[in-house]
Design a protein around this ligand. Structure first.
Ligand code: ATP
Length: 324
C-alpha cells in the first residue's frame, strides 16, 4: 500500500474499500513546480513537475472535474491506483482537487511509448524481445487481477518505457479500471475498438479475462505490426471483434514460432470462459520456458508494418483531440 502520512486507510469503508485522501485545502502548485507538457489524453493533460521540498521529478495529470460524475470517476481512478504497487504499474504519489479540476501526482515515466521505441531503426526487434515485453505486461496485469482490479483499456498507448535507455515497462492510465466483484455482475461500454473484447461490445458481464483479450491483441500487433480486427471504420472494427474471426495467414507471421501463435490463439478466444487467464499465461511454455525458444525467436522482425500501424494510430488520436 502506498499511503503517505496524509493518506491513511479509511476505516469506515470496511475491508478492501479504501479511499485515498485527495487534498482539497491545498493546491498541487503549493508543493510542485509545473514544467513542460509530457502528453495529452482524452481526459487529461500530463506535465512534468518538480517537488519543491525534495527536488524530485514527478508527472502531474490535470483532469477537468467540474461535474460530480467526473469527480467520482477520477476518485475511482485514484482509489484503484492507490491499491496497486508493482514495478510494471505506474504509481500514484499524491492527489489534489479544487472545484474545477483534479491533479494526480504520478511517477514520471520518461521513456516514451513502447511501440514508438521499438520501431526505431537502430533497434532490432525479435520474438525474444516481444516475450520479455509480454512478461512485463502480464506481470502488471497479474498484480491487478490478483487485487481484483481490471484495467479495461490495455492498448499500445498505455504501455510506456520507464526511461530512454532501457526497456522496463509500465502500464499507465487507470481511467477505465474497475473493481471485479464475482457476485456483482458488471457491464461496461468503454474501451478502444481495436483492443476491446467481444463481451464489452455485446454488453455482457465482464471479468478479468476481458483484459486478456486485449493482451492477445497487443501480442498479435507486436509480432506482426498488423491489427487483427481493424476495419475501415470503428463500426466495422467492432463488428469484426463481435464475429471473432482472425488468422495468422499474412506473411508477417511466416517467421513467427508456433509457441507464439499458440499463446495468441489461447487469448483471442471469443468465449471468455475458454480464454487463458493471466496466471495461465505464466504457465504457457512460450512465455515461461527459455529452453523452448527456437532460433526463430532471435530472428530480426520487420517493423515496417508496425510503423504504419503507429502512423495510423497517431493520426486517429490527433483527430479525436481535434473533435473534442
Ligand atoms: P486516454 O485518452 O487514453 O483515456 P487520459 O486522458 O486518461 O488518456 P493518460 O493516457 O493517462 O490520459 O495520459 C495521456 C498521455 O500523457 C499518455 O499517453 C502519456 O504520453 C502521458 N503520460 C501519462 N502518464 C504519464 C506519466 N506518469 N509520466 C509521463 N508521461 C505520462
Amino acid at each position: 500500500m502506498r499511503y503517505t502520512a496524509n493518506n491513511q486507510m479509511d476505516s469506515d469503508e470496511g475491508e478492501g474499500g479504501m479511499s485515498f485522501e485527495v487534498k482539497k485545502n491545498e493546491k498541487a502548485e503549493d508543493n510542485y513546480i509545473v514544467k513542460e507538457e509530457l502528453g495529452k489524453g482524452k481526459f487529461g493533460i500530463v506535465y512534468r513537475c518538480e517537488e519543491k521540498s525534495t527536488g524530485k521529478t514527478w508527472a502531474a495529470k490535470y483532469v477537468k472535474t467540474i461535474r460530480a460524475k467526473d469527480r467520482e470517476a477520477v476518485q475511482r481512478e485514484i482509489d484503484l491506483m492507490a491499491e496497486l504497487e508493482h514495478p510494471s504499474l505506474m504509481a500514484l504519489i499524491d492527489a489534489y482537487q479544487s472545484s474545477r479540476q483534479t491533479v494526480m501526482i504520478l511517477e514520471c515515466i520518461t521513456g516514451g511509448e513502447l511501440f514508438e521505441r521499438i520501431v526505431d531503426d537502430k533497434f532490432d526487434l525479435t520474438e525474444s524481445e516481444v516475450i520479455s515485453y509480454m512478461r512485463q505486461i502480464c506481470a502488471g496485469v497479474q498484480h491487478m487481477h490478483h487485487n481484483n482490479i481490471m484495467h479495461l483499456d490495455l492498448k499500445p498507448e498505455n504501455i510506456m518505457c520507464v526511461n530512454r535507455t532501457g526497456f522496463q515497462l509500465k502500464i499507465i492510465d487507470f481511467g477505465l479500471a474497475r473493481k471485479y466483484e464475482p457476485n456483482n455482475e458488471l457491464k461496461v461500454l468503454c474501451g478502444t475498438p481495436e483492443f476491446v473484447a467481444p463481451e464489452v461490445i455485446s454488453f455482457d458481464a465482464i471479468t478479468p479475462l476481458t483484459d486478456m483479450w486485449s493482451v492477445g491483441v497487443i501480442c498479435y500487433v507486436l509480432l506482426s505490426g498488423l491489427s487483427p480486427f481493424l476495419g475501415d471504420s470503428d463500426t466495422e472494427t467492432l463488428n469484426n471483434v463481435t464475429v471473432g474471426e482472425w488468422d495468422f495467414e499474412d506473411e508477417a507471421f511466416d517467421g513467427i514460432s508456433n509457441g507464439a501463435k499458440e499463446f495468441i490463439s489461447s487469448l483471442l478466444v471469443k468465449d471468455q470462459r475458454d480464454r487463458m487467464s493471466v496466471d495461465e499465461c505464466f504457465r504457457h511454455a512460450w512465455l515461461s520456458e527459455i529452453s523452448t525458444r527456437t532460433k526463430a525467436c532471435e530472428t530480426k522482425l520487420s517493423t515496417a508494418r508496425l510503423k504504419k500501424f503507429l502512423a495510423r494510430r497517431r493520426w486517429q488520436v490527433g483527430l479525436i483531440h481535434l473533435i473534442l
